[in-house]
Design a protein around this ligand. Structure first.
Ligand SMILES: NC(=O)c1ccc[n+]([C@@H]2O[C@H](COP(=O)([O-])OP(=O)(O)OC[C@H]3O[C@@H](n4cnc5c(N)ncnc54)[C@H](OP(=O)(O)O)[C@@H]3O)[C@@H](O)[C@H]2O)c1
Length: 276
């Protein structure tokens, strides 16, 4: 069956790369976005070779207006509505906000919130006019609660989750669906750039491929809860934090995330999840 165009942001690595390949296997031509053009080119070659779909790669920094304008321009040139948009690109920092570089906190909000609203606003009118489409926003189980020492990241993921809840109601009856996917810890580079340690050995995690497979299953089923937990830890922690309430869950998260040493200094890339 011929499928419409799919947009995947953050497709050069991790969850986004896995999602892009699964959507290619489903038959969607792709627009893939990230900053690392070489990785996008490799992904595009693989998708064309293995699944025979057309792929357009856009090397763009979505935390900047120029980058988002470049993506909007490529989408406009398709002259076709987007069938599936997976807004997945995201970053996070770890450490006390008082000590983290201010520009990195602002960049987190620009990428995780501003770019999501920008691209969602760009693709939704075409989807609504077409009477079909799926908007998938990569939130996180971290979005269900305040997380000290990941305060900006958790707040940005909560923004995405609330944005989707609102969209879900707005889009009722249009044939367009919106989803917030909320994984717990996923084994990607996101963690290797953290405090210099990887995820605790006993913590239940999932692979990027498993999150991507979850997304495809969501797309293939009829309308359901727009907020989708992914993975074993999210399935437990999301209802638990709702039960405990904001104050207690924030206190508990603070105990867990409080740095045991203090590697973060203003201007230092140490102790953050950011790429330069
Ligand atoms: N890993 C986890 O435990 C976990 C859990 C819950 C939710 N999530 C969410 O899942 C999403 C993907 O994370 P991941 O684990 O797959 O991390 P990842 O492996 O680090 O991938 C992040 C992707 O985002 C892209 N990206 C980063 N900054 C960008 C920018 N300024 N402009 C455009 N693209 C940018 C990266 O590509 P370039 O570097 O080439 O730009 C990369 O493709 C994020 O939204 C994250 O919050 C992750």
């Amino acid at each position: 069956m011929a499928r419409g165009w799919a947009l995947v942001t953050g497709a050069s690595a991790g969850i986004g790369a896995e999602v892009a390949l699964r959507l290619a296997r489903r038959g969607h031509p792709l627009v893939v976005v990230a900053r690392r053009g070489d990785r996008l080119a490799a992904l595009a070659a693989q998708a064309r070779r293995e699944h025979g779909v057309e792929v357009r790669g856009v090397a763009a920094d979505l935390s900047r207006e120029e980058g988002r304008a470049a993506v909007r321009g490529v989408l406009d040139q398709l002259h076709a509505p987007i069938d599936v948009a997976v807004l997945n690109a995201g970053i996070g920092t770890q450490g006390p906000v008082a000590e983290l570089p201010r520009d990195q906190e602002i960049r987190t909000v620009r990428l995780n919130c501003v770019a999501v609203v920008d691209l969602a606003s760009h693709v939704l009118p075409g989807m609504v006019a077409n009477g079909r489409g799926d908007l998938v926003i990569m939130s996180s189980a971290a979005g269900t609660q305040a997380i000290p020492f990941m305060a900006t990241y958790a707040a940005s993921k909560a923004f995405e989750m609330r944005f989707v809840r609102g969209l879900d109601e707005e889009l009722r009856g249009t044939g367009v669906r919106a989803f917030a996917i909320c994984p717990g810890p996923v084994r990607t580079a996101f963690h290797r750039l953290g405090w210099g340690k990887d995820l605790p050995r006993l913590m239940p995690t999932e692979s990027a491929g498993s999150v991507a497979a979850r997304i495809v299953r969501v797309l293939e089923r009829p309308r359901r809860n727009p907020v989708v937990a992914s993975g074993p830890l999210a399935a437990i922690t999301m209802p638990l934090t709702a039960l405990l309430g904001e104050a207690i869950s924030a206190w508990g998260a603070g105990l867990y995330h409080r740095p045991r040493h203090r590697p973060v200094r203003p201007g230092s890339p140490q102790g953050t999840h950011h790429r330069p």
